[in-house]
Ligand binder design. Structure first.
Ligand SMILES: C[S@@+](CC[C@H](N)C(=O)[O-])C[C@H]1O[C@@H](n2cnc3c(N)ncnc32)[C@H](O)[C@@H]1O
Length: 334
């Protein structure tokens, strides 16, 4: 049996507030996410307060009692998993997250990522789409201000600088912005493109991107499916700024990207970087985001007919005051 390592302490402020967790659950189609007992929501709030005070034992107590009222509540199992993980009880936390997955069939709460972070399971090839959609629909209204000011996010600007280094002064005719969010990438690319279209999993992010007027078309779609709707050799630039932190296995995106790009077309993206210590090409980090190894990206490039033009360490943003180690990548289609 695999030994589950003790978890380093995760700051409680990283936890979503009870309100945002309930909002997330409310927006999920699975009714079993919402506690089915009137006292349960209040107890969830007490447990959250206890966790914010780092009184994990009290939080665990409250949540275990709450489960007696509503044993099928994914949300309560999930909060228990978080509290147990914060208390350093990784094996018990893993059990609670597995229970969560029994009741949260769509994976909205992202328990699979927590299991991977605990070392109890390998990183899934991608997170549940409902999890990513819930996360960003919830975040959309404050995304730009929070990311660009508080977290000093510079992904789009760094990608534009990398593109300039590869093809100075180039104007792209048909650009596809994968995971376009609120449209920061189109803004950074500015006059360097004739047409740009985008996609994003989160409808509320797409609504904001549409309002910028920069995109010819923005679809609510996941990156690989959106690429699949494009004709062969129909784009000269593919972009994905800070998106592959939500995609583990990039093979389908690379395959579709290689098909859609013209020869000489560029594929520019960022990833968080992994040193591949566990031998995997991608993993889930402490921040529940995917990180990829340079070797894994180079293998994908080779397998799908791309030459590596740029693969450089970068700092794209901060996480609680610390630089997040990332890579800026520009590939050229053969
Ligand atoms: C951190 S934001 C970055 C947004 C934008 N690219 C930027 O640089 O401002 C990540 C975005 O990727 C979207 N996303 C994550 N996984 C996706 C996928 N598989 N397909 C499409 N969009 C995805 C999320 O909904 C979110 O809006």
């Amino acid at each position: 049996m695999t030994q589950i390592p003790a978890l380093p302490a995760v700051e409680p402020e990283r936890l979503p507030s009870p309100d945002s967790v309930v909002a997330l659950a409310d927006s999920a189609p699975a009714a079993s996410l919402v506690p089915d007992h009137p006292l349960a929501a209040r107890r969830l709030a007490y447990a959250h307060d206890a966790m914010a005070d780092k009184d994990f034992a009290a939080a665990i107590d409250i949540l275990e009692q709450t489960l007696e009222l509503c044993p099928g509540s994914a949300l309560v199992w999930f909060r228990l998993g978080e509290a147990l993980a914060l208390a350093g009880r990784a094996a018990d936390a893993a059990r609670a997250f597995r229970q969560t997955m029994q009741f949260d069939r769509q994976g909205v709460l992202g328990a699979a990522l927590h299991l991977s972070r605990l070392g109890a399971e390998a990183a899934p090839p991608q997170p549940p789409l409902a999890y990513v959609r819930g996360l960003f629909d919830d975040y959309a209204h404050r995304f730009e201000a929070h990311l660009t000011q508080k977290l000093q996010y510079r992904g789009p600007e760094q990608l534009v600088a990398a593109l300039e280094a590869v093809k100075p002064g180039m104007i792209y005719s048909a650009v596809i912005d994968l995971g376009c969010g609120t449209g920061l990438m189109a803004k950074a690319l500015d006059a360097r493109c004739v047409t740009i279209c985008g996609c994003d999993l989160a409808p509320k992010m797409v609504a904001i991107a549409e309002r910028t007027g920069s995109y010819r078309r923005v679809a609510v779609a996941d990156a690989a499916s959106f690429l699949a709707t494009h004709a062969n050799v129909s784009a000269d630039l593919l972009l994905a700024a800070d998106v592959f932190v939500y995609v583990g296995d990039l093979s389908e995106i690379f395959a579709q990207g290689a098909r859609v790009l013209v020869s000489g077309g560029l594929f520019a993206f960022t990833v968080q970087s992994s040193d591949g210590a566990d031998g995997a090409e991608y993993c889930i980090g402490e921040d529940l985001r995917y990180a990829h190894t340079p070797a894994g990206l180079m293998r994908l490039a080779r397998d799908h007919g791309f030459a590596v033009k740029v693969l450089e360490p970068a700092v794209l943003r901060k996480d609680r005051g610390q630089d997040v180690a990332s890579l800026t990548v520009v590939l050229e289609r053969d």
